[in-house]
Design a protein around this ligand. Structure first.
Ligand code: DGJ
Length: 741
């Protein structure tokens, strides 16, 4: 049993294969407190002493004179507000009297097999034999507020997920101003914080710095998880690296405003909280009503960052992504965005498809510009009818032509937006989010639709469904090209305007759910101006997300490294594009671009009719490599060997199958180095005693595999290293294949 309640000690013990999480009910007043989270404890005798409640002055009932000393130090499992704990609170409710104090004490608990759904929200899932859930109910006596703290423990993964359901059990209306999904009070220690930051075309770059006294936070108020900061926070013990050291990872299954904080108190205790950003959030709770927070994932690794990454990859592949495409090879696609931007017609698209089909590409994706009067990005969002000036003969005819070539067809939408210059806006100007008396801020010359409103969601989905039913469209790219501003809904009363941000996210989730219900086999790819909404919440709906509008192979090494810190490779949208690259102007070899894109879902984003003969001839070879390698890349275990982000010279990662019989090693010499003839790459994840045959995957030659004639022992590869020759020049990739002999 992974969750136990020790009646006598009043301690909850949560065990995963490699970690233990302990909390207890403090004897004196029934506060729920945190005791321990870390390496698995085989025997927890005496754990309750960790509360240190015998130490003066931490016995509140014996020291009523200075109760504050207790409140400000006790390791609360879900921190209170305004009653003596001056650290970060987990919850804040305002009563009709205008006050905000909250203090929660234990009432009851329940343990059950499996995991209940979170209403309207994406969340991890698991069967009764895969996950066990503990729900602890706490109550604030003064207001009648109840909080159900939920902990789901995964049997085979070092993961505990948390969320909170907040119930107004009193007789008065309460205004919920802050509701974190989880709080973790650790006794202390020296940690670095690891986060992901970025901007448009530079998403998810890693950043690591020491945690000191005070607060460290990442957050967003953009209404989406954002390019800029990521709903993740890692705490790394000093010196932790890919293979050793303690790592705590906190990841938020949500796609809107978030905050994640790590706070070090005066006594060196560390508190982590994660949840919906309380800024501009206020949810009205009538008596009897409840609010469900999104889910927070906690991972513990005693074997460095790499183990945390692999745990999250397994969690998301096994217990979050629902798509029937998850374990399937995705069709190799060609997207016309960088090929044509808005300047295309059906003939142009068919000519790209014809050439692509000859090279082995399997799906044509028609991007932005096929609908309404969309000749540029200044108009037509919301008018989801086919522009027959561009798509002569209509969508049915175009799709039929593409299908006749043996290719699938996919289509781009941006369902959450409205252009001021659109038929939809003329009819429904109040459907844009806006604050009365204030001209809404334009971004890419568009407004955001108020999808908190059911009638708005219905109207948009009706148009989308009509198009999708009109032709054999098997893939949808769902884009979102601007953040939210001017937060105001014409349909909500004044005291519910603080609900708009969250209702927007719930509305978007509901739209994606309905899309998938209508088209259960659809391959959905989410996107937000590149990777602005790449988060676990979106993975619940789409098995893949476009990583970034930056398709440069070298910038992608960093973006994809940051992304793979948390996400399995099978969900990273990655394409080969032309050079000089449209975002950074860099020129890299076609083979290196292919190798970097192979790490993700793989496809092309270029005008194949304009490719040089040499590059064109390389496409079928990359296609061949995709078919040979994708099962391993999609399902395998990921190991980071060297990081260009860290060393600024070269990059290396590895994917190994579960049986440790096969591995791919991706090595890129980013900058040529003088006086360096070869280097050693210390591989990971292999069998110590096995022997492996080393081949080179040739992305340009006639044969896929080039035998190197080398056979190497697993322990040699892992401890001494694989000696690789220095490639000549900048941006040179090498893809190795190891197979046990
Ligand atoms: C942003 C996306 O990331 C691009 O791939 C493309 O779809 C454009 N939007 C279209 O407007």
């Amino acid at each position: 049993m992974s969750i136990q309640y020790l009646e006598k000690e009043r301690v909850f013990c949560l065990n995963t294969p490699g970690s233990t999480y302990l909390m207890g009910i403090a004897a004196q007043e029934g506060f729920l407190g945190h005791l321990y989270y870390g390496t698995k404890l085989e025997d927890i005798t005496g754990a309750v002493e960790l509360f240190r409640t015998q130490e003066s002055p931490y016995v509140p009932e014996k020291n009523e004179r200075d109760r504050g000393s207790f409140m400000d130090k006790f390791p609360f499992e879900y921190s209170s507000h305004g009653v003596g704990d001056f650290r970060e609170s987990s919850i804040r409710v305002r009563t009709m009297g205008g006050q905000t104090g909250t203090s929660l004490t234990y009432v009851k608990h329940e343990i059950y097999g499996g995991k209940r759904k979170l209403e309207g929200l994406p969340a991890t899932f698991g069967q009764e034999d895969e996950v066990t859930t503990l729900v602890i109910t706490c109550r604030d006596e003064a207001t009648g507020l109840e909080v159900e703290l939920s902990y789901s423990v995964f049997e085979k993964l070092d993961v505990i997920t948390r969320s909170a359901r907040i119930i107004n059990g009193g007789l008065e209306t309460l205004m919920l101003e802050k509701a974190m999904s989880g709080c973790l009070d650790m006794d202390g220690g020296e940690f670095d914080v690891l986060t992901l930051h970025g901007s448009w075309a530079r998403e998810r770059h890693m950043e690591r710095k020491p945690l000191g006294h005070g607060e460290f936070a990442v957050s967003t108020l953009r209404g989406e998880s954002s390019h800029q900061e990521h709903p993740f926070l890692g705490l790394l013990s000093k010196g932790a690296d890919q293979v050793q050291g303690e790592v705590y990872g906190f990841h938020f299954v949500y796609s809107g405003n978030f905050v994640a904080k790590a706070q070090m108190s005066q006594f060196g205790q560390i508190r982590v909280v994660m949840g919906i950003n309380p800024e501009d959030f206020c949810w009205k709770l009538e008596p009897g009503e409840s609010f469900q927070t999104p889910e927070m994932v906690m991972v513990y690794s005693a074997e460095g960052i790499g183990k945390m990454s692999r745990t999250l990859h397994d969690l998301y592949r096994g217990h979050l992504i629902r798509s029937p495409w998850l374990h399937k090879k995705r069709p190799i696609l060609i997207n016309n965005w960088e090929a044509t931007y808005f300047n295309f017609d059906a003939d142009k698209i068919v000519s790209i498809a014809e050439e692509s089909a000859k090279l082995g590409i399997e799906m044509l994706v028609l991007d932005d510009g096929w609908f309404g009067n969309r000749f540029d990005d200044n108009r037509a969002l919301g008018d989801w009818w086919v522009n027959e000036d561009k798509i002569k003969g209509g969508m049915g005819e175009l799709v039929a032509k593409v299908n006749a070539l043996g290719m699938k067809f996919g289509l781009w939408f941006e369902p959450e937006m409205i252009s001021p210059e659109s038929e939809l806006y003329v009819k429904h100007p109040d459907w844009a989010l806006q604050i009365p008396g204030r001209k809404p801020c334009r971004c890419r010359n568009q407004y955001v639709l108020d999808i908190t409103r059911r009638e708005v969601r219905d109207a948009i989905l009706e148009q989308v469904f009509q198009i999708l039913h009109s032709a054999n469209i098997e893939y949808v790219k769902w884009d979102m090209n601007r953040p939210l501003t001017d937060i105001g809904s014409a349909a909500l009363p004044a005291d519910r305007q603080g609900e708009v941000y969250h209702r927007y996210v719930l509305g978007m989730y509901e739209m994606q759910e309905r899309l998938l219900q209508e088209f259960p086999n659809l391959l959905l790819e989410n996107c937000s101006g590149g990777g602005g909404r790449f988060d676990p919440g979106m993975l619940y709906y789409s098995p893949q997300i476009w990583c970034s509008d930056d398709t440069d192979a070298i910038e992608r090494l960093v973006i994809q490294e940051g992304t793979s810190l948390l996400y399995p490779l099978c969900c990273m949208g990655a394409h080969v594009s032309v050079c000089p690259n449209h975002t950074v102007g860099r020129s890299t070899p076609f083979a290196t671009r292919g190798m970097t894109a192979l790490t993700g879902t793989f496809g092309y984003e270029l005008d194949v009719t304009k490719l040089s003969e040499e590059d064109k001839a390389a496409v079928p070879k990359q296609v061949r490599a995709y078919h040979a390698c994708n099962d391993l890349i999609r399902e395998g275990n990921y190991y980071r060997i060297a990081s260009f982000w860290e060393n600024r010279l070269y990059d290396c990662y590895q994917v190994v199958d579960d049986k440790k019989e096969k591995a791919l090693v991706f090595f890129t010499q980013v900058l040529g180095e003088p006086a360096m003839h070869s280097r050693r790459l210390k591989l990971q994840g292999l069998k110590e005693n096995a022997k492996y045959k080393l081949s080179l995957i040739d992305l340009e030659g006639e044969e896929l595999l080039k035998d190197t004639g080398r056979v190497l022992g697993g322990s040699v590869l892992m401890h001494a290293g694989l000696q690789v020759e220095r490639p000549w020049g900048d941006f040179q990739g090498r893809l190795f294949f190891l197979e046990e002999v």
